[in-house]
Design a protein around this ligand. Structure first.
Ligand SMILES: Cc1cc2nc3c(=O)[nH]c(=O)nc-3n(C[C@H](O)[C@H](O)[C@H](O)COP(=O)(O)OP(=O)(O)OC[C@H]3O[C@@H](n4cnc5c(N)ncnc54)[C@H](O)[C@@H]3O)c2cc1C
Length: 402
């Protein structure tokens, strides 16, 4: 990497949906930027997820700005299709993504940042961190107390039923991942699912009033409304609502629902309110799958103060006290949809607008895309705004894909 050249105006770290949405908006400015992706190929995060995974958001909410997801409304794309979409998205807009370059450190320096990478140091006036919410598996302390004979894996390591040995399986965590994995395994294993199920959004509500529901979570559940602030306060503790599958589906499939796992006794799991919740017989399991979520890994950013959630406090993505450092793709960065595919556009546009404002001298390069008229504020709600495909340089970015 050329270490002596002029600093870039911006470096985006990570080429998932958040980094690519930021790239899309940067490409409509005169700023010089690059997107650095640590993986060999865009979308590998999705390819590595379990084999049967389909998106829980319907296709109309699975597109990034300027390019609707190419599938019929109310269908649920597979994870590999979404990975391919990310690659085609970067190609479609000619985004300057450099794959196979992992960022190992970010240090404020010379009115900007020194971005240390596996290919050398890049200097940039602004940095957008878009490395995702799923960097490190979150495992409870109880994991250490389980008998060595019990096979343990995190949901990020689960691929499919064929890899799970015979015998009872305990899935810990009844959010979307845990519920989907439990349902799939119930066809071949006896499955216990521990935890309080998150509320289920009934299919008819999504099918017939999906646009209204999306507008509610995108435009009402934001940091600008009292109800949004209330939801945001508990967001890191509570999983997202169940879509497509319900507690009834789990019951029908024979999944045994047990309370929260609180610890272990004699190497076996113990649940809230005592030991066994399964008809009186102790829970002796062969496999435990931890569907207990993730935490970010941001220790490599110099001077960044992290809250107990593992995230920094930001003002809609801007880090107070470190001018030029921004995030896109944080859970509830601005709205409940901030961490979702269909919700990331608005935050990306807003952050890029902030960067443009602090970079008064226009850069010497022409924008990758034609300049648009969007200002990045609170777009993405109405169905009408988001119909139609393709991109034209002068159209406004797509926010909600309702
Ligand atoms: C199992 C699962 C299913 C989901 N299903 C849906 C769904 O159906 N609909 C929906 O809207 N949302 C869904 N989500 C939520 C969210 O859309 C995904 O988590 C999504 O991957 C987040 O995108 P991102 O761009 O923020 O981060 P990521 O997709 O994690 O992308 C981050 C990128 O940054 C790269 N990177 C990380 N660290 C570095 C570094 N130091 N240097 C360079 N590159 C780096 C990574 O390689 C990666 O490519 C799901 C999440 C999970 C876990």
């Amino acid at each position: 990497m050329d270490q002596n050249r002029q600093p870039l105006d911006a470096v985006v770290i990570g080429a998932g949906q958040a980094g690519l949405a930021a790239g899309y908006h940067l490409a409509r400015t005169r700023l010089r930027f690059e997107v650095l992706e640590g993986g060999p190929r865009m979308g590998d995060i999705w390819r590595r997820r379990w084999d049967s995974l389909r998106l829980f958001t319907p296709a109309q909410h699975d597109g990034l700005p300027g390019l609707p997801f190419p599938a019929a409304r109310n269908t649920f794309p597979g994870k590999d299709e979404f990975a391919a979409y990310l690659e085609s998205y970067a190609a479609r807009f000619g985004l300057p993504v450099r794959t196979g370059i992992r960022v190992t450190g970010v240090t404020p320096a010379d009115a900007g940042f020194a971005v240390e990478t596996t290919a050398g140091t890049v200097r940039a006036r602004n940095v957008i961190v878009a490395t995702g919410a799923n960097a490190l598996p979150r495992l409870p302390d109880a994991a250490a107390g389980l008998d060595a004979s019990i096979r343990q894996l995190h949901s990020s390591q689960y691929r499919g039923p064929a890899d799970i040995p015979d015998g009872d399986v305990l899935v810990v965590g009844a959010g979307t991942s845990g519920s989907e994995i439990a349902l799939e395994l119930a066809a071949s294993h006896r499955v216990l699912l521990a935890g309080r199920p998150t509320p289920h959004i009934p299919d008819p509500l999504l099918r017939y009033a999906g646009g209204a529901y999306w507008r509610f979570i995108h435009n009402v559940l934001t940091l600008r409304t009292p109800v949004g602030c209330k939801v945001a306060a508990g967001f890191h503790q509570r999983g997202a609502p169940l879509i497509r599958i319900s507690a009834k589906d789990l019951d029908r499939a024979g999944v045994v629902r047990v309370p929260r796992m609180t610890g272990t006794a004699g190497g076996q799991p113990v649940f809230d309110g005592g030991t066994p919740a399964d008809g009186g017989s102790p829970a002796v399991v062969r496999t435990v799958i931890w569907a207990t979520g993730y935490r970010p890994d941001l220790a490599w950013i110099d001077g960044l103060k992290l809250a107990p959630s593992g995230w920094p406090e930001t003002q809609r993505g801007a880090v107070p006290g470190i001018p030029g450092l921004y995030f896109v793709g944080m859970p509830f960065q601005y709205a409940l949809t901030s961490g979702l595919i269909g919700g990331v556009d608005r935050d990306a546009a807003y952050v890029v607008k902030q960067i443009e404002r602090r970079m008064p001298e226009p850069s010497v390069v022409a924008p990758v895309l034609q300049l648009g008229d969007g200002d990045g504020e609170d777009r993405g709600g109405s169905e009408a705004e988001h119909s139609g495909g393709g991109h034209s340089g002068s159209e406004r970015g797509h926010g909600g894909h309702a």
